[in-house]
Design a protein around this ligand. Structure first.
Ligand code: TLP
Length: 346
C-alpha cells in the first residue's frame, strides 16, 4: 500500500475541515465593502473580543495584514524597528519600502526576541538628518527563529519603552495561539502591549484563507481604507469568514497537540550525528535544524525524505524546517523520525 504523504513544509498546507466546508456552503453573505456581510462582521467581532481589542479587519493574508498595519501606523520615510529574522523584513517582498516608503531598522534578537535595551537605543532622537522612528514590530511566535516565544515580561518592557517614546507597537502574531499555549497565557495577554495585532486563520487553525488585523476603532477605520486602496476590499467574503469562525471556535485548543508533536519530533532527531538542533528553540510547532555531515547534505536529505513521501522545507543551504499541524499525527512524527534516522545513518 502506498504510504500517505506527510507534509511538514508549513502549517499553511492544512486542509480545511468538513465543518468549515459546510459552514462555507451555508454562510449568509452580503457585500462587505458596503459593510453588509453579517458573517464577516461576526468573525471580526469574535476576533476583536478574543484578542482584547476594540475592532478587527478581515484581510486576505498575513502579509496584507502586516502591510496594512505598517501603512496605517506610519508615514512615508519613517523607520520601523524590527528583528532581523522577522517575516516583515525577510518574506514580504520588501513591501514596506515599496508600498509605504518605509525604512527597516533590523536589530539582532536572541532566539528572535528583541532586547528591550536595544529597542530603546534604536529609537531615533529628533535630528534633521535622521528618519523618524514610526513603529516597533514584534513577531510572536518567531517563525525564522524556530517558533520561539516572547516572555511576557519582555513584551511588557518593550511596551513601556514604546509608550514612553510615544511609539506604537505592531505584533505579527501569525501563530499567536501556538505562542499563547506555550506560554500558558491567553492570546489577549500577549497582545496587551500592542496597538495592532495580526493573526492568521490559514496556518495551524486550518482555514483556507484569511487573517485578521486588530486595533482600536480609529486604527481599524483607517486600516479599512488602506486595505481598499491595496485592492483588498472583498465582496461576499463571508464565504471565507465562515471557515474562519469555525477555526476560532474549534481549532485553537488543539494547537497544543501540534506544539507537543513538534517537541517529540525535535527530541527524536536532536541526538542524530550530523544533525544540529537547538532544543531550546523548539517552543511551539516549528522545528528547524541544520545538517552537517560528510555523508549527507540538507538538500539531499530533503530529496530522500520526499522520495519516501515526507515533505520538509529547505530554508537555507544547510537548514531544514518542519512545521507540525492538524494533518500530521503522532504516528507521522514517528515515521519522520525513523526516516531521518535511517537516512542520516547511511
Ligand atoms: N509564513 C509562511 C511563509 O511566508 C514563510 C510560512 O510558511 O511560515 N508572519 C509570519 C510570522 C509568517 O510566518 C507568515 C507566513 C506571515 C506573516 C504571512 O502570512 P501569509 O502567508 O498569509 O501572507
Amino acid at each position: 500500500m502506498e504510504k500517505r504523504v506527510i507534509d511538514l513544509r508549513s502549517d499553511t498546507l492544512t486542509q480545511p475541515t468538513e465543518e468549515m466546508r459546510e459552514a462555507m456552503r451555508n454562510a449568509v453573505v452580503g457585500d462587505d465593502v458596503w459593510g453588509e456581510d453579517p458573517t464577516v462582521k461576526r468573525l471580526e467581532e469574535m476576533a476583536a473580543e478574543r484578542l482584547g481589542k476594540e475592532a478587527a479587519l478581515f484581510v486576505a493574508s498575513g502579509t496584507m495584514g502586516n502591510q496594512v498595519a505598517l501603512m496605517t501606523h506610519c508615514s512615508r520615510g519613517d523607520e520601523v524597528i524590527m528583528e532581523e529574522g522577522c517575516h516583515i523584513y525577510n518574506y514580504e517582498v520588501a513591501a514596506a519600502s515599496v508600498i509605504s516608503g518605509l525604512q527597516a531598522r533590523p536589530l539582532k534578537g536572541n532566539y528572535g526576541i528583541l532586547d528591550p535595551g536595544d529597542v530603546k537605543r534604536a529609537i531615533r532622537p529628533p535630528d534633521i538628518h535622521h528618519p523618524r522612528t514610526g513603529l516597533i514590530c514584534l513577531e510572536n511566535s518567531h517563525n525564522r527563529a524556530g517558533g520561539t516565544v516572547y516572555p511576557l515580561e519582555v513584551t511588557r518592557e518593550i511596551g513601556r519603552i514604546a509608550r514612553e517614546a510615544g511609539l506604537p507597537i505592531h505584533l505579527d502574531g501569525a501563530r499567536i495561539f501556538n505562542a499563547a499555549i506555550a506560554l500558558v497565557l491567553e492570546a489577549r495577554e500577549l497582545a496587551q502591549d500592542a496597538d495592532s495585532v495580526m493573526f492568521c486563520l490559514s496556518k495551524g487553525l486550518a482555514a483556507p484563507v484569511g487573517s485578521l488585523l486588530l486595533g482600536n476603532r480609529d486604527f481599524i477605520y483607517r486600516a479599512r481604507r488602506n486595505r481598499k486602496m491595496l485592492g483588498g476590499g472583498m465582496r461576499q467574503v463571508g464565504i471565507l469568514a465562515a471557515a474562519g469562525i469555525v477555526a476560532l471556535e474549534k481549532m485553537v485548543d488543539r494547537l497544543s497537540e501540534d506544539n507537543a508533536n513538534a517537541r517529540a519530533l525535535a527530541e527524536g532527531i536532536a541526538h542524530i550525528p550530523g544533525i544540529h538542533l537547538d532544543l531550546q528553540a523548539v517552543q511551539t510547532n516549528i522545528v528547524i535544524f541544520s545538517v552537517q555531515s560528510p555523508k549527507m547534505s540538507a538538500p539531499s536529505l530533503v530529496k530522500e525524505l520526499a522520495s519516501e513521501g515526507i515533505k520538509v522545507h529547505l530554508i537555507s543551504a544547510n537548514s531544514i524546517r518542519m512545521v507540525t499541524h492538524k494533518d500530521v499525527d503522532r504516528e507521522d512524527v514517528e515515521r519522520t523520525i525513523e526516516a531521518i534516522t535511517t537516512n542520516m545513518g547511511r
